[in-house]
Design a binder for this molecule. Structure first.
Ligand code: G6P
Ligand code: MG
Length: 227
């Protein structure tokens, strides 16, 4: 990628922003919790959004954490991932949220660099199923960083890969942990979801389908003015 002092980038979270894998994650955790006889529901699942698989397991096991040996916890992580990958295998391009492929096209036409920045270790396989992998200049995911969101590492990694400084990056996120990560990376962030979840974002849309290229480009321009 050419070094360009004026380059701008948009860094997309994946699960819950590009596609509804947030729900597939939820169903996989629910199945595991049911099998273990652990209390779990959508409200508990909200706390897992954006967190890595191991961090999520800690919340799912809660006060049963000590009942499982290290090797048993590793087996549970694998089991949850098997359930998740089974559902990912059934995904197709029709599973991208409405308007996302067009949005990526519009942003590309406006010369914006595009990256995915996700806590997931399965980001590439999901993007392949959606046939969107080639639409991004860079992918940074849970395989690239030691600390997951709310740590800023994955956004900083994505910014480095598209060769754009944080002040010229805009993040799109559905998770409270991801919004904190973007803020810690000193990037502007658009929240996707209800106000109680994304209140700390700089701007908000209710659903990913509501994202518009012109609005995102305006926010990017504002971020640059504030440099
Ligand atoms: C995303 C999702 C989380 C998920 C995490 C790890 O951030 O929001 O719900 O737990 O990625 O995903 P993985 O595919 O590696 O289990
Ligand atoms: Mg997400």
């Amino acid at each position: 990628m050419p070094a360009d002092g004026r380059a701008r980038a948009i860094l997309f979270d994946l699960d819950g922003v590009i596609t509804d894998t947030a729900d597939l994650h939820y169903r996989s955790w629910q199945r595991l919790a049911d099998e273990l006889g652990l209390p779990f529901d959508r409200a508990i699942n909200e706390h897992l959004r954006g967190l890595s698989r191991p961090k999520s397991l800690r919340i799912v096991l809660a006060d049963r954490w000590e009942d499982f040996a290290e090797s048993e916890r590793a087996a549970l992580l694998e089991r949850k991932n098997r359930y998740y990958l089974d559902s990912v295998a059934a995904m197709s391009p029709a599973d991208a949220f409405g308007g996302i492929p067009e949005l990526l096209g519009d942003l590309r036409a406006a010369d914006v660099r595009l990256a995915v920045a996700s806590s997931s270790r399965n980001a590439r396989v999901v993007l392949e199923r959606l046939q969107l992998l080639a639409r991004f200049d860079a992918i940074a995911d849970g395989n690239d960083v030691e600390h997951s969101k709310p740590d800023p590492a994955v956004f900083l990694c994505a910014a480095r890969r598209v060769e754009v400084p944080p002040s010229r990056c805009l993040v799109i996120e559905d998770a409270a942990s991801g919004i904190e990560a973007a803020r810690a990376a000193r990037m502007k962030v658009v929240g996707v979801g209800p106000p109680e979840r994304v209140a700390r974002a700089d701007a908000r849309v209710e659903r990913a389908e509501d994202l518009r290229a012109d609005t995102l480009l305006r926010l990017l321009a504002k971020a640059r003015q504030a440099e």
